[in-house]
Structures are given as structure tokens and as C-alpha cells.
Design a protein. Structure first.
Length: 155
């Protein structure tokens, strides 16, 4: 018979799960910041117009916003762990597609499509930390932890 896990390890594991999910969701914000800051370099390297670059930046935000509720609903129906894995894997794959964008004529369409898919993947994993924290922690404690972890420090 397998030994039962200690009760002291359960909160530590739950905290680790929450930290991992917050880190995964942070990738979506960090990615948007990186693309916005490195826009001129991306534009020069891929030989795309300023308008195409703006579409690549904004389509990510549009796709994330459009599919945010669907991501939460799919997590409720299919399971939070499964959607976390799908979201993180999809985000990684679409990040690779963005990095593999060719220069020249295909670059704009490729980058815009990859960024749209990246936004959908981000939307699939974005609602998970708040939902998972409510399941793993007491509801009041979870409500206090999630917003605090996503806020920037006070000046």
C-alpha cells in the first residue's frame, strides 16, 4: 500500500501549482511587452511595413480578448489541468512559429497569423490561475493571492 502524502506537503504543492500558473500567464504579458519594444528591429529584420507590424502587435491583443471567455469555459468543461497544458504548449508552439517567420513577402501574413494563434493560446491559459486557486485554496485566501501576484509593486 502506498504511503499517504503528508498534509504539510499539500499546501506547498498547491502553492507551487499556483506559482506555475501565474508564471505561465506572465509569459503572455512579457511577450506583448517584448514584441512592442523590439518592433523596429522586427520590422527591419523581416522587411515588413509599419502597418503590418501594428497588426502583428494588435491582433495578439484582439485574439486574447476575443477568446478569453471561451478559454475559461473550456477549462470548466475539459478540466483546468488539460487546458493549462494545451494553452502553454500552444503558446510555446506559436512563439516558435513567430520566431520562424520568413523575411520578405510572406513575413507579414505569417507573423500576423502566428500572433493571432498565439493570442488564442494565451486566452486558453489566462483564466486558469484564478479558477485553479479557488479550487486549491480556500475561496477567501485565493481571492487575496491572485490579484496581489499580478499587480506591480507600489512605488
Amino acid at each position: 500500500m502506498a504511503a499517504m502524502p503528508s498534509t504539510a506537503a499539500a499546501p506547498r504543492a498547491a502553492t507551487g501549482v499556483l506559482a506555475g500558473l501565474v508564471l505561465a500567464v506572465s509569459m503572455t504579458s512579457i511577450d506583448q511587452t517584448i514584441v512592442s519594444l523590439s518592433g523596429p528591429s522586427i520590422q527591419d529584420h523581416l522587411a515588413i511595413s509599419h502597418n503590418s507590424l501594428q497588426w502583428a502587435v494588435n491582433v495578439y491583443l484582439l485574439a486574447t480578448a476575443a477568446f478569453f471567455l471561451l478559454g475559461g469555459r473550456l477549462a470548466d468543461v475539459m478540466g483546468h489541468k488539460r487546458m493549462a497544458v494545451i494553452g502553454v504548449a500552444g503558446f510555446g508552439l506559436t512563439s516558435l512559429l513567430c520566431g520562424l517567420a520568413p523575411s520578405g513577402g510572406l513575413a507579414a501574413g505569417w507573423l500576423i497569423t502566428a500572433r493571432a494563434l498565439q493570442g488564442v493560446s494565451g486566452a486558453m491559459m489566462f483564466p486558469l490561475p484564478s479558477a485553479s486557486s479557488c479550487k486549491r485554496f480556500r475561496r477567501n485566501a485565493a481571492a487575496g493571492r491572485w490579484p496581489r501576484s499580478s499587480r506591480s509593486p507600489a512605488p
